[in-house]
Design a protein around this ligand. Structure first.
Ligand SMILES: Nc1ncnc2c1ncn2[C@@H]1O[C@H](COP(=O)(O)OP(=O)(O)OP(=O)(O)O)[C@@H](O)[C@H]1O
Ligand SMILES: [Mg+2]
Length: 403
């Protein structure tokens, strides 16, 4: 237990830079460890893969520029691990091409791709020490002993493993084991790092910490990285570019905030964000030169600038509003709905009111600031406000965002 706590308090990557980071001048950059000597552009084009009759990947395109951090997110079973295994060469594509630095590697075995993969299960050899685990792959490849030592020293300093090198995996906490697994990938000096849900076995505090470590590690190594997760917080915080996979196709890609703020489909809108975006069926109504989306107890002003010509009176729409964008309407400010509160979920820094707009309508969640959370009681009816720029509209039939 004490090890886990220690790991939570002191980031091993910080340790790698020396104990006295707080005394170091801020402008001092971390030591440049050029472990990934050749960050490479990695692409996948038109990738298709079926298992038996079931088509899992149905034409996936992926492009990760040199040294970039790409995160692939999507619900369980959508084909994330399959795609990663194809890039690694552990699985063969039915159709499509995978390239590394412009070279077609689609039919090359894993050993000729120089790709290192870190899995959810650490897959360390239980009878080997940390040092031996780190050395194992290099020995197999016939790397010289002195070179192996040097690489282990570098990786160990970077990941804060120095004190753990002579321990067996069973003597490590989950976070430490995952760092050893990362170390094993680093010592190989791969062109591309692949991570398949590496944090899912860790508790919440360690997840948050190792997540930061992984991003920091990436920033120092500059290696091209493809990271798979179904955790949207991980996806949002780690990615340079987010790739949202749904039913074997990339549904949207882009910088994480852009994807979050401008989801192009209902699926992307509800997949990213917690609590989930509320979806309400309605129609567009013009009133005094302005457009409102109305339905299910909501009457929300929408942005003419954003939707322009799509705002046709009488058009059926799905109205999407994130709980985080809804607040208590104050001082007679126009309200878009009245919420009958069922319960208030207080999380400390923020709170959420759950309730209904109409008796038969969908349940709705609104964010409250902590003062309001103290006053609002189950059974109260509260007016809700939303910034028109944050009201999303979708076509109910296609699920595509109105543009
Ligand atoms: N070797 C295999 N043989 C048959 N079906 C497979 C095989 N590997 C994966 N599948 C199926 O392909 C689908 C996609 O699996 P995959 O592991 O890629 O999903 P995932 O997106 O990584 O999901 P998760 O988030 O749960 O890890 C699943 O329905 C899975 O059952
Ligand atoms: Mg998977």
């Amino acid at each position: 237990m004490s090890e886990a706590i220690q790991a939570t308090r002191r980031s091993p990557l910080e340790q790698g830079r020396g104990e006295s980071t707080k005394d170091a001048p801020l402008e001092t950059p971390p030591p440049a460890l050029a472990l990934a000597e050749r960050p490479m552009r990695c692409t996948a084009r038109g990738i298709k893969k079926a298992f038996g009759e079931t088509s899992i990947l149905r034409g996936v395109d992926l492009e990760i520029p040199e040294g970039s951090f790409a995160v692939l997110v999507g619900p369980s079973g959508c084909g994330k691990s399959t795609l990663l295994r194809l890039v690694a060469g552990l699985e063969e594509a039915d159709e499509g091409t995978i390239t590394l630095a412009g070279r077609d590697v689609t039919r090359l075995p894993p050993r000729d791709r120089d790709i290192a993969m870190v899995f959810q299960s650490y897959a360390l050899y239980p009878h080997l020490t940390v040092r031996e685990n780190l050395a194992f792959g290099l020995k197999l490849r016939g790397t010289e002993t002195r070179e192996i030592q040097k690489r282990i020293e570098e990786a160990s300093a970077m990941l804060g493993l120095d004190a753990l090198l002579d321990r067996l995996p069973k003597q490590l906490s989950g976070g430490q084991r995952q760092r050893v697994a990362m170390g094993r990938a680093i010592v190989r000096r791969p062109n591309v790092f692949l991570f398949d849900e590496p944090l899912s076995n860790l508790d919440a505090a360690l997840r948050a910490e190792v997540r930061v470590d992984i991003r920091r590690l990436h920033d120092r190594l500059g290696a091209t990285t493809l990271y798979v997760t179904h955790d949207q917080v991980e996806a949002m915080t780690l990615a340079d570019t987010l790739w949202v996979l749904n039913k074997g196709l990339v549904e949207q890609k882009g910088p994480p905030l852009e994807v979050y703020e401008r989801p192009r489909t209902k699926f992307v809108a509800t997949f990213l964000g917690s609590p989930k975006m509320t979806m309400i069926e309605g129609t567009l109504v013009r009133d005094a030169g302005r457009t409102f989306a109305e339905g299910g107890g909501v009457r929300a002003l929408v942005s003419d600038d954003r939707f322009g010509a799509s705002l046709v009176e009488g058009r059926a729409v799905t109205i999407g509003i994130r709980p985080h964008d809804v607040s208590l309407a104050k001082d007679g400010a126009p309200s878009m709905a009245e919420l009958k509160v069922e319960l208030v979920e207080a999380l400390g820094s923020e709170a959420f009111a759950h309730g209904w707009l109409t008796q038969s309508g969908p349940s709705v969640i609104a964010r409250l600031d902590s003062d309001d959370a103290r006053r609002v009681r189950p059974g109260s009816v509260i007016p809700l406000a939303v910034d028109p720029a944050r009201v999303h509209l979708f076509d109910p039939k296609t699920g595509n965002a109105l543009a």
